[in-house]
Design a protein. Sequence first.
Length: 150
Amino acid sequence: MSFLRNGFPAVRFTEPAENFAHQHQDVRVQNGIQFGDLLEFVDFDFVARVARVNGAGLWSLANAPGAPKGVVMDTSQLSNNSTLRWTSDPHAANYEVVWRPTDQTFWTHAIPVGKVTSVTLELSKDNVDFGVRAVGKNGMKSPATYPTPN
């Protein structure tokens, strides 16, 4: 927080089993228990692993085209087909449509659709969640953009 309060970008690394006695606390010993965010409680090996994973993710995003813009789902007529449209990006070599059942967390399907800005799939918009992602010439993929109704 001290970095943010002084106008610097900041990242907070956390661990899955946090000990709340060592965060958001004034440094003190109370009833024989040490409180506060002190160096002796930092797991530097864990922080280094998290930094490597974050670095790899940032590298991947930096080498991929940007996420598609203006992604819309055509809802102008009732149909079991789904039509998606988006704005062309000169950095994208082609696009993929991804989808998943509404009860799934991760994309379960992907179909390459080429260097186009619209596609109609024989798949009901009522049964799945859709996204569109850009693919670069190097094969790196952007995050998927959810469509908005149009």
